[in-house]
Design a protein around this ligand. Sequence first.
Ligand SMILES: [Ca+2]
Ligand SMILES: [Ca+2]
Length: 108
Amino acid sequence: MTAKARRATFLIASAILMLTAARPALAADADRAKAKANFVQADSDGDGRLNYREFVTFVDLNAAQGLGRAATIRRLNAYKRAFEQLDSNRDSTISQQELAAQVQRQSN
Ligand SMILES: [Ca+2]
Ligand SMILES: [Ca+2]
């Protein structure tokens, strides 16, 4: 992997992490609540999971509210990569558990 690719991967991993939580206390709770509300709003078919189209909406909602690094994903147009990284069971949807697991993996 080139240094540039490594940096891009790092940026995206950070962006994913910041989508959900793992921030110094106070801000984190409020941001988590917002991200959760955005998840529900983006989940247009209400099945509790985000397909790719819903995930793009989710990132854009987070970006509009300045949550974490969602704006970075949007600016880099890295939706697809973020989606693939989060979808750990490869069923082409992102569950809240998968979002939470990502945060846990990175904070351990
Ligand atoms: Ca859905
Ligand atoms: Ca999945």
